[in-house]
Design a protein around this ligand. Structure first.
Ligand code: FES
Length: 111
């Protein structure tokens, strides 16, 4: 089974099983990694924002326009930012590393 690593806000690493077909958000939630995912993975918030390791970024499917729009609202945006709910795990992503941003801004409750 593929594995992936989350780098948490405190800088520690969490390596977990990452079953193909699940999103990075779902994998985080299964493993108690604090990735909020306020909209439940429907690309309508930015609380599942993760920063993808550079080596991995190019291997991901390109972001949709909706995802780009949501990312523009994310706190702490980086060049390799993606929404965790839009990254679908597959064998080729075995070893994926993503970093949780220092904070998220939940557009669903801020307004
Ligand atoms: Fe809301 Fe990913 S969970 S955009």
């Amino acid at each position: 089974m593929p594995r992936m690593t989350f780098i948490l806000q405190d800088g520690s690493c969490r390596e977990v099983d990452a079953p193909a077909g699940l999103s990075v958000l779902e994998i985080a939630q299964r493993n108690g990694v604090e990735l909020e995912g306020a909209c439940g993975g429907s690309c309508a918030c930015s609380t599942c924002h993760v920063i993808v390791g550079e080596a991995w970024f190019a291997k991901l499917e390109p972001a949709s326009e909706e995802e780009e729009d949501m990312l523009d609202l994310a706190f702490g945006l980086a060049l390799t930012s993606r929404l965790g709910c839009q990254i679908r795990m597959r064998e080729a992503l075995d070893g994926l590393v993503v970093t949780l941003p220092a904070a998220t801004r939940n557009m669903m409750v801020d307004q």
